[in-house]
Write a protein that binds this ligand. Structure first.
Ligand code: NAP
Length: 493
């Protein structure tokens, strides 16, 4: 069986609901102006789900025209009126959570329970932003001269160009579109080529909720660089909001410099996960499993390097190994499946390369280490020990179901090793020693630190990274402020 073949057949796939085969521009569902399209596939079976328009420069300009035309009216609505529409949208998403989840599982591969949780989280984000949009407070200050006054106010940035990845086909969108719309901005969104169907289904529900035409435009495209260039070269786009690889983030950042577009970048990571002897090992092992294997290891905040204190290494390894061996691999719609397929062949080739290199350099593969017997892009949940910090598997994002354990003895040395990466997105530490928790979390040069907790994404908090993991934050009041400009007015006496 070659890497493309899978034991699932087309007949095994459920028929995904809510499939749309057109892009949303100015309130209309349209085809590409050049008549081009591309296919969306189910990664579990390899079968085609739908053809969607392959939009190019002309279509992007058309979408920017629509978003620009809609901006003044949308920004002028009372925040409470915008909130009503967003709340209706959130409610519709919640009501259709089962269908949206099935659609996501069919195009992305993740287990249905994870897809459902993501859809509900996305609805929650929109609801949260609807409420927070009513609290875009300004500031009043006494001025520099006697009797003078200063008012600082917040204003929507304008038209936003948003580009999102395939690993979270709903929440990567709601985290951008929710705050942007709540702040009074309009949006041109390009979802990932692999997962445009969830985005289109969300767009259809936004329309049903009464979102005015042109406020949210969704362009499906397999010409990402052309779309990126058009968005960054049009001065009507006032901000680029991108989630994806650091490599593409750098390209967009340099392109956005042409018109000094604002930019938010949520990029790659290489998360360290530190486990100290004082911790509850069962709890830490459950944390590792949840962080590492969610979405088959394809998350930007996945535990990439798991540092375990030498005194507990053997015991901890045994607990994790036992848990990994119980994980069921299969199509996301099947009962009890914990690990679905990887998104595409390129992804499995990367995992194979990293694991082969680790094995060659003397690491021990305790379980897994191969493409799964199901074939296709299914990979066995894997546990590796005996690795060196210099190994490619320690330096690169693995983006697959492969857990790597590294031993440490000294606290300050493990902080140094954890920080020894160009990335700075998420880090984790498990310890019952409060003083150690403060010391270590202070020392970790990351935008987010999970202390005895593996799940970091919440609407309440600013999600984002430092160093090459990005610029800006999504979530909390900070996420909304990203879509506002500050104006200060000085009133003379
Ligand atoms: P990617 O290749 O950078 O793609 C992300 C998005 O950018 C896709 O829509 C892609 O379109 C588009 N794109 C590709 N090249 C482009 C270009 N030259 N100009 C404009 N857009 C372009 O990343 P990915 O492989 O989809 O996603 C995985 C990466 O995202 C990982 O590094 C992961 O850590 C990161 N990520 C970060 C966060 C975070 O919050 N920090 C969250 C999730 C994922 P196509 O789909 O058509 O290629």
């Amino acid at each position: 069986m070659n890497a493309r073949e899978t034991k699932y057949s087309r007949q095994d796939s459920p028929i995904p609901p809510l499939v749309k085969d057109a892009s949303l521009v100015g309130g209309n569902w349209i085809a590409s102006s050049e008549g081009l399209s591309f296919s969306v596939f189910n990664p579990a079976t390899g079968s085609k789900i739908a053809d969607v328009p392959n939009m190019g420069e002309k279509d992007v300009v058309r979408a920017i025209d629509a978003a620009d035309a809609a901006f003044l009216k949308w920004r002028s609505l009372l925040p409470s009126d915008r909130a009503k529409i967003l709340t209706r949208w959130a409610n519709l998403i919640e009501a259709q959570a089962d269908d949206l989840a099935m659609l996501m599982t069919c195009e992305q591969g993740k287990p249905l329970s994870e897809a459902r949780a993501e859809i509900l989280a996305g609805a929650g984000t929109i609801q949260w932003c609807a409420e927070e949009g009513r609290r875009l407070y300004g500031e009043f200050l006494e001025g520099p001269k006697s009797g003078s006054k200063i008012i600082v106010s917040r204003h929507p940035v304008g038209v936003i160009g948003a580009i999102t990845p395939w690993n979270f086909p709903a929440s990567m969108i709601t985290r951008k579109v929710g705050p942007a719309l709540a702040a009074g901005c309009t949006v041109v969104l390009k979802p990932a080529e692999a997962t445009p169907l969830t985005a289109l289904a969300l767009g259809a529900l936004a329309q049903e909720a009464g979102l005015p035409d042109g406020v949210l435009n969704i362009l499906t495209s397999a010409r990402a660089s052309e779309v990126g260039k058009t968005l960054t070269s049009d001065p009507r786009i006032k901000k680029i909001s991108f989630t994806g690889s650091t490599e593409v983030g750098k390209i967009l950042m340099s392109q956005a410099a042409q018109h000094i577009q604002k930019i938010s970048l949520e990029l790659g990571g290489n998360a360290p996960f530190l486990i100290f002897p004082s911790t509850d090992l069962e709890k830490a092992a459950a944390g590792v499993i949840s962080s590492k294997f969610r979405n088959a290891g394809q998350t930007c905040i996945c535990a990439n390097r798991i540092f375990v204190h030498a005194d507990i290494m053997q015991e901890f390894t045994d607990i994790v190994l036992d848990k990994i061996k119980k994980m069921k691999v299969g199509a996301g719609w099947e009962q009890d499946v914990a690990i679905g397929p990887l998104i595409e062949e390129r992804a499995i080739e990367k995992v194979k390369r990293l694991v082969a290199d680790a094995a060659q350099s003397g690491a021990k593969i305790l379980t897994g280490g191969s493409v799964h017997a199901l074939g296709g892009t299914f990979y066995e949940p894997t546990l590796i020990t005996g690795l060196k910090d210099e190994a490619p598997i320690a330096r690169e994002e693995i983006f697959g179901p492969v857990a790597c354990l590294y031993s440490f003895e000294d606290e300050s040395d493990v902080i140094r090793r954890a920080n020894d990466t160009p990335y700075g997105l998420a880090a984790y530490l498990y310890s019952a020693d409060l003083a150690q928790v403060w010391r270590v979390s202070d020392g970790l040069h990351y935008g987010m630190v999970g202390v005895n907790e593996p799940l970091l994404a919440t609407d309440l908090a600013p999600f984002g990274g430092v160093k090459e993991s990005g610029i800006g934050r999504e979530g909390g009041k900070y996420g909304l402020l990203e879509y506002t400009d500050i104006k200060y007015r000085l009133f003379g006496a």
